[in-house]
Design a protein. Structure first.
Length: 521
């Protein structure tokens, strides 16, 4: 993604209001264009020409162009007639009287991304009036059911309030233009980062990246959302060092539409096995099945329903590439690697628990693969059985908080807060503030994520412990039905586990809830 020369904030913006679906597309006078351009030049040619013009700064990952094989001659004539009357979307175009397209950032299998000025924010004198806007491609315009599936998945994506997942603001359409607005990011894709570190990076540098990706996935998996097209080009490293997963829900929507229209995908693969080339998302307009061959599991090739373990397979490959610079299966598709009985070579420079997690993610068959991101993180962390017992019940953020707490002495912080470096104090204060904000919105996982960050920066911080008590109260409020014996047992197990946490082993709230639950069994 191209770096901005403006002072727009890249990370967190307030959600924009939904624009009226009936609004028209306008264009600034300086950005006007011959409206018949698409009539005389097909989209593939236009995209290719612009790709060449901007090749020095664009992210051209998985560029997909319309496949003429999917339209008969009659339909092709109708398409050309429709295109002849359609304005070309380009820099200078205004979408829904609101979003002024400023800079073309890149093209992908699902559409084209621009940096855009939000005129409403500008009118409100917002310090950060810029957003990223993704204009979705022709495939979705030709498939109404895919539009519906995408709209539902975009709605799910808007619920993913996690620091390691890009924030989706809005999903809307302007006549025949379908678009999404998102936060603007500055930095580089993980794809480019790996390419710049062709021999790999040490675990101490790779570990926070791997954990951040897994943390974002774990949060999404806990919400029942699968990415389905995880790959290095869908992971972004901001210039502040934050890891962001991109395109969450887009590929999942395509897979859902595929599942609803018949089960298995007939997508044609157009990938390259050259490590120097961008990986393309395989996208067949007739079936709307999306996958990237070098990172797709066997089950995805078989057209099975999306599963969290599909994301874990891709995560294992990404981790291997970060550490070695090489794909564990020589960029072969999973079915080919399975037929050839290929096995990834152990990375000798990393600890055993790290390798066991990565190897478990790389298992070619689902039944042998780590099932989801929470389980991957527990194994990757090398946590105790007590910590692992929490994975299914309290969310991965709580797992990380408790894992850290179990490793700390029972006394307070070894270094007083006021003796920490000022930059560390600021980070801790910010993390605690974010945790409080998350609690106000009842975002338990979000609160725990920031509490975990505070613990990492300042073990046994008293403010973090106080906020943890607030989270305990929220968890205790989630009371199972008195007739739900299994639910009562599960909640009791959570209480028992929490009481093993040193900061909470005498917590009256937990003890009282434990006794109440025991009386119901």
């Amino acid at each position: 993604m191209e770096k901005s020369n403006d002072d727009a904030t890249q990370l967190v913006h307030r959600p924009t209001e939904s624009s009226p679906a009936s609004s028209s597309i306008d264009s600034d006078p300086a950005g006007s264009m011959d409206e018949t351009e698409l009539g005389g030049e097909d989209e593939k040619t236009i995209l290719a020409r612009r790709q060449s013009d901007r090749s020095h700064h664009e992210n051209t990952d998985h560029l997909i162009t319309p496949n003429p094989d999917h339209t008969g001659s009659g339909n092709a004539t109708l398409m050309r007639a429709a295109n002849a009357g359609r304005r070309q979307i380009r820099e200078g175009t205004v979408i829904n009287h609101r979003f002024l397209l400023k800079t073309h950032l890149g093209s992908g299998g699902m559409g084209v991304v621009y940096r855009a000025l939000d005129k409403r924010k500008q009118e409100a004198q917002d310090r950060n009036p810029y957003v990223a806007i993704k204009i979705l491609g022709e495939e979705f315009k030709r498939h109404p059911k895919a539009f519906i599936a995408l709209q539902r998945e975009a709605g799910k994506s808007q619920t993913l309030a996690h620091p390691n997942i890009i924030t989706v603001y809005d999903f809307d359409r302007d006549q025949d233009t379908v678009y999404m607005t998102m936060e603007v990011l500055e930095g580089t894709t993980l794809d480019d980062f790996i390419r710049d570190h062709s021999t790999g990076i040490p675990m101490e540098e790779a570990e926070p990246i791997i954990k951040a990706i897994a943390s974002g996935l774990a949060y999404a998996h806990s919400k029942g959302i699968v990415h389905s097209d995880l790959k290095p080009s869908n992971v972004f490293l901001t210039k502040e060092g934050t890891v962001k997963i991109l395109d969450f829900g887009i590929a999942r929507a395509a897979s859902q539409e595929n599942a609803s229209t018949g089960g298995t995908s007939s997508a044609k693969t157009t990938e390259t096995n050259s490590p120097g080339k961008k990986d393309r998302t395989v996208f067949d307009a007739g079936e709307l099945g999306g996958l990237t061959p070098a990172y797709a599991s066997i089950e995805m090739f078989a057209g099975k329903d999306p599963h969290p373990s599909d994301d874990i397979y891709a995560l294992g490959i990404i981790a291997h590439e970060l550490l070695t610079g090489e794909h564990p299966y020589q960029r072969k598709r999973a079915p080919q690697a399975h037929s050839a009985q290929m096995k990834p070579e152990r990375i000798k420079s990393i600890k055993g628990h790290h390798w066991r997690a990565i190897a478990g993610a790389l298992a070619l068959e689902r039944e042998n693969r780590i099932e989801d991101a929470a389980a991957f993180l527990a194994k990757f962390e090398g946590g105790s059985k007590v910590v692992k017992a929490l994975v299914g019940g309290l969310g991965i953020a709580m797992v990380l908080v408790i894992a850290l707490a179990l490793q700390q002495p029972e006394t307070g912080p070894e270094i007083p807060f006021n003796e920490l470096p000022s930059s560390t104090q600021a980070e801790i204060t910010n993390a605690l503030s974010e945790a409080q904000s998350a609690l106000r919105f009842n975002d338990i996982n979000g609160a725990l994520f920031y509490l975990n960050k505070a613990y990492e920066l300042h073990p046994r911080n008293p403010d973090a412990e106080a906020h943890l008590q607030e989270v305990v109260k929220d968890i205790v409020r989630q009371k199972p039905d008195i007739n739900d014996r299994d639910g009562i047992q599960q909640q009791l197990e959570r209480m028992n586990t929490l009481l093993q946490y040193p900061a909470l082993n005498n917590n009256e709230t937990l003890i009282n809830e434990q006794e109440r639950l025991q009386s119901l069994l």
